[in-house]
Design a protein around this ligand. Structure first.
Ligand code: GDP
Ligand code: IMO
Ligand code: MG
Length: 427
C-alpha cells in the first residue's frame, strides 16, 4: 500500500507538475489535497506543453485516476474550461473523481478576494485573485458551499443566504460595492451540477480501498512549504496546508498509510507575491535566473522573484514535512555561472542563526550568509546518470544534500519527462 506525498519545499513553482507527471506512469491515483486553481503546474510531454491549475498532473497519464480531494477548493467554471482544453487536445479526462466534500469557490469569494487585496493597498498579500482565501475562510466559518450541496436546491439556497448575509453588509458598507443576489448565485451554481455529477464520489472510501488493494497513490501538493498557512511565512502565505500533514486531512487517508514524502526543491529559489525572501537578488544574477529559468507565473503571468539556494529553508522543509527524499529541479539553469553562492545560515541582528527563526520579525531581518561553490559550464541537459554530470555539478548537488537533511533521489536537468536523472527509485 505505497502512498507517496510529493510537495513543494520552498515557495511554490519548484517543478511539482513535472515530477508528478514523471511518476504518473507508475501510479494508480494522483490526488490533489489542498489549494485550488491558484496553482500553476507546467508539464511538458514530448513537444506538447500543458498548463494545469486545478487538475492533478496525473491526468496526463492514461492509466492513472486523478482525484480532487476534500481539502481542495473547486471553481467549477475553471474546472470545466480546463477539462475542455484537455479534451480538445485528445486527453481523456473521464476517470476524474471529485470529493463531494470539497468546497466550491463561488463568484462572491472571487469578488471578496479582489476587493480585500485592493483595500489592503501596499500591505496586500499579492494573492492570485482566484478566491482561494475567502473560500477557505467560509469553510472555517462554517458558511462554505460544498460540491454535494449542488444536489439539494433548498440546502444550497439556505447556505448561500447564510454566506451572503454578513458578506453583503461588508461589500455594501465597507467596500462600497453592490450587494450580491442570492438567487443569481444559486442559479449559476445549479448550472454546474449536472456536468459535475459523474465525477462526484466518496473519494475517502475510494482511496482507502485502493490502498488496501495495494494500489499506488500519489498525493500532489500545490504551492509549497513556506506558503503553508501554519508553517509558512504568515501572513504572506496561501490559505491551506501544502505541508505533508495536509495530504492526510485533505484526502481522508491516515498518516500511518504514508510511506514516503518527497520534497521538490529548486536548485535556486523563487517566490511570487509579497513577503520575506532572504536570498532574493535585485541584480543581474537575479535577472539571469529569471530569464534562463523562465521564471514567470503560469497562473498570473507575474515575474517571479529570484534568488540563490537557501539551505535554511530546505532544512526547515525536511523537518516540518518529515521528508524522506528530495527531487532537485532546474539544475540546468545554473549552468554557466563561474561560482554559485548558497545560503547556509542567516545573520540576524549580529547573530549567526542556523535554523529558520519562528519569529516573523527575526525572519524579516535575516541576512543570508553565503558559501560559494564552484560552477560548471558544460551542457547538462543530456545527462542521464549522476556520473554524467560535471564534477562541480556533482559537488553542488552533494553539498545541497548535506545541508538540506534528506537524500536527493532525482535531479531535473530540463523541463521534459526524460530530462531527469533518477538516483533512487521512488516506487
Ligand atoms: P510547479 O508549480 O511546482 O508545478 O512548477 P511550475 O510549473 O509553476 O514551474 C516550474 C517550471 O520549470 C515549469 O515551466 C517546468 O516546465 C519547468 N521545469 C521543471 N523542472 C525543470 C528542470 O529540471 N529544468 C528546467 N529547465 N525546467 C524545469
Ligand atoms: P504552485 O502550485 C507560487 C502565492 C501567491 C500569493 C500567496 C497567496 O504553482 O506552486 P492565494 O491566491 O493562494 O491566496 O495567494 O500565495 N501562491 C503561489 N506562489 N506558486 C503557487 O502555486 C502559488 N499559489 C499561491 O502568489 O503570494
Ligand atoms: Mg506553479
Amino acid at each position: 500500500m505505497p502512498a507517496l506525498v510529493l510537495l513543494g519545499a520552498q515557495w511554490g513553482d519548484e517543478g511539482k507538475g513535472k515530477a508528478t507527471d514523471l511518476l504518473g506512469g507508475s501510479v494508480d491515483y494522483v490526488v490533489r489535497y489542498q489549494g485550488g486553481n491558484n496553482a500553476g503546474h507546467t508539464v511538458v510531454v514530448g513537444d506538447q506543453k500543458y498548463a494545469l491549475h486545478l487538475l492533478p498532473s496525473g491526468i496526463l497519464s492514461p492509466g492513472c485516476t486523478p482525484v480532487i480531494g476534500n481539502g481542495v477548493v473547486v471553481d467549477p467554471s475553471v474546472l470545466f474550461s480546463e477539462l475542455n482544453g484537455l479534451n480538445e487536445r485528445g486527453v481523456d479526462t473521464s476517470k476524474l473523481l471529485i470529493s463531494g466534500n470539497a468546497h466550491i469557490i463561488t463568484p462572491y469569494n472571487v469578488t471578496v478576494d479582489k476587493v480585500t487585496e485592493r483595500f489592503l493597498g501596499k500591505r496586500k498579500i499579492g494573492t492570485t485573485g482566484r478566491g482561494i482565501g475567502p473560500t477557505y475562510a467560509d469553510k472555517i466559518n462554517r458558511v462554505g458551499i460544498r460540491v454535494q450541496d449542488l444536489y439539494d436546491e433548498s440546502i444550497l439556497t439556505q447556505k448561500v443566504e447564510a454566506a451572503l448575509d454578513g458578506k453583503n453588509q461588508l461589500l455594501t458598507k465597507v467596500f462600497n460595492r453592490r450587494a450580491i443576489e442570492v438567487e443569481q448565485v444559486v442559479e449559476e451554481l445549479l448550472t454546474y451540477a449536472e456536468r459535475l455529477r459523474p465525477y462526484v464520489a466518496d473519494t475517502v472510501l475510494v482511496l482507502n480501498q485502493a490502498l488496501e488493494a495495494d494500489k499506488v497513490v500519489l498525493f500532489e501538493g500545490g504551492q509549497g512549504t513556506l506558503l503553508d498557512i501554519d508553517h509558512g511565512t504568515y501572513p504572506f502565505v496561501t490559505s491551506s496546508n501544502p505541508t505533508a500533514g495536509g495530504a492526510c486531512t485533505g484526502s481522508g487517508v491516515g498518516p500511518t498509510k504514508i510511506s514516503r514524502v518527497i520534497g521538490i526543491l529548486k536548485a535556486y529559489t523563487t517566490r511570487v507575491g509579497a513577503g520575506p525572501f532572504p536570498t532574493e537578488l535585485f541584480d543581474d544574477d537575479g535577472d539571469a535566473l529569471r530569464r534562463i529559468g523562465g521564471e514567470r507565473g503560469v497562473t498570473t503571468g507575474r515575474d517571479r522573484r529570484c534568488g540563490w539556494f537557501d539551505a535554511v529553508i530546505a532544512r526547515y522543509a525536511t523537518r516540518v514535512n518529515g521528508l524522506t527524499d528530495f527531487f532537485l529541479t532546474k539544475l540546468d539553469v545554473l549552468t554557466g555561472w563561474e561560482e554559485i553562492p548558497v545560503c547556509v545560515a542567516y545573520e540576524i541582528d549580529g547573530r549567526r542563526v542556523e535554523e529558520l527563526p519562528y519569529s516573523q520579525t527575526d525572519f524579516h531581518h535575516a541576512k543570508p550568509i553565503y558559501e560559494t561553490l564552484p560552477g560548471w559550464s558544460e551542457d547538462i541537459t543530456k545527462a542521464k546518470t549522476f556520473a554524467d554530470l560535471p564534477k562541480n555539478a556533482q559537488a553542488y548537488v552533494r553539498a545541497l544534500e548535506e545541508m538540506s537533511g534528506a537524500p536527493i533521489s532525482a535531479i531535473g536537468v530540463g523541463p521534459g519527462r526524460d530530462e531527469t536523472i533518477e538516483i533512487n527509485s521512488f516506487i
